[in-house]
Design a protein around this ligand. Sequence first.
Ligand SMILES: Cc1ncc(COP(=O)(O)O)c(C=O)c1O
Length: 451
Amino acid sequence: MREANFLIENNARHLWHPMAHAGEMRAHPPKIITSAAGVEITDLDGKTVLDAVGGLWNVNLGYSCEPVKKAIRDQLEALPYYSSFRGTTNPPMIELSWELAEFFKADGLTRAFYTSGGSDSVETALRLARQYHKLNGQPERTKFYALKKGYHGTHFGGASVNGNANFRRAYEPLLPGVFHLPAPWDYRNPFGVADGAEIARRIVALFEDEIAFQGADTIAAFIMEPVLGAGGVIVPHETFMPLMRAACDRHGILLIADEVITAYGRTGAWSGSRLWGVQPDLMCTAKAITNGYYPFGAVMIHDKLTQAFESSTSPLASIGHGYTYSGHPVGAAAALAALAETKRLDLAANAEARGAELLAGLNDLHARHELVGNARGKGLMACIELVSDREKKSAPARETVQKVQDAAYDAGVMVRTSGPNVIISPPLIVTAGDVQRILAALDAGLSAAAA
Ligand SMILES: Cc1ncc(COP(=O)(O)O)c(C=O)c1O
């Protein structure tokens, strides 16, 4: 690594950062994170803080997971890369597919398709959904439904089903034939209703109305996150996903669960679909699959779809989709080790227990700080939404949100902000003491912003 002055002088000078304004980043360069251990990260100034962001919802096992590091090192020695396109494969990708089929057995998912990350996984699922219907003799089923506030990555397909204007407007026109339903959100919704079960019923009724209008035989799939993450940790009522599953079933529409955040334990269940008792037709996973140490993803495919692809003699049956890094041996080796550690440490159980403590603490902050309009979460994905006026639920000034984040950092905890939301998604190995550290830092942040 070059000396500190070089890094500071060149920070954000010759690159554009994702999800940021290039000019603003030049004016206010980002923190340079130089090392990490356990659940903590250290910046260039030598300040060490607890990482309540968990990398980017992905470093579930923390930063010192030796089995994953060793698996990566060993695999780099044995076979650093080889293609998995038709004709060749590698041992870790075979072994991982067996392990994933075991892990997702309860979700009915029996096949894996490997990708290089979440956006790739979403793109893959959307494409396979259309292909499935073509193989099934329903080629007109091409449309997609999704939820407002949903986040599905940044490829054109994913951006098209995305439910946040910030990720759409600059890149329009997007894919035609994509439609959105309201988010299943009890704090803000177009119905003026606060009861989650009622909101769920209304959205399903809207979906039915849309299906009747569009024609069921034109709709390929509905995609949703079991808990909406980047949109502000929106936790649907427990009836929502099962009701949407039933509506999809009534009309031959596939259900794609985007579990790029929720798979592998974050919500307190091994998958978000399992949390709500639903089997999806396709499940997008990535992020924690390698503990964030290697870019990798897997789309899991329900047994109900396998026959159409594996037995068809149609010229359309071959999968004309894939990535150079699909089934990357180093990524697959990392995933095997991460999965083993995730199960060994029973991270879903810890996410559930620590998540309950975190939510209780956030509710307490809501009770004590006017600035907190709403506290919500499931497992170790949580959020406080800041407001300048509780009654009107009006957005706070940008500087206020920044102050909360900065003061929390000064108090020893990195949190992530997105619009009015302060998002908390720490590694799933956090202890009860770590949760109290996060809450204390947020308390300090909120007090500083109110002063
Ligand atoms: C639910 C969901 N889907 C897809 C993605 C895109 O994943 P990636 O950034 O790895 O492409 C994300 C990323 O945060 C996500 O949260």
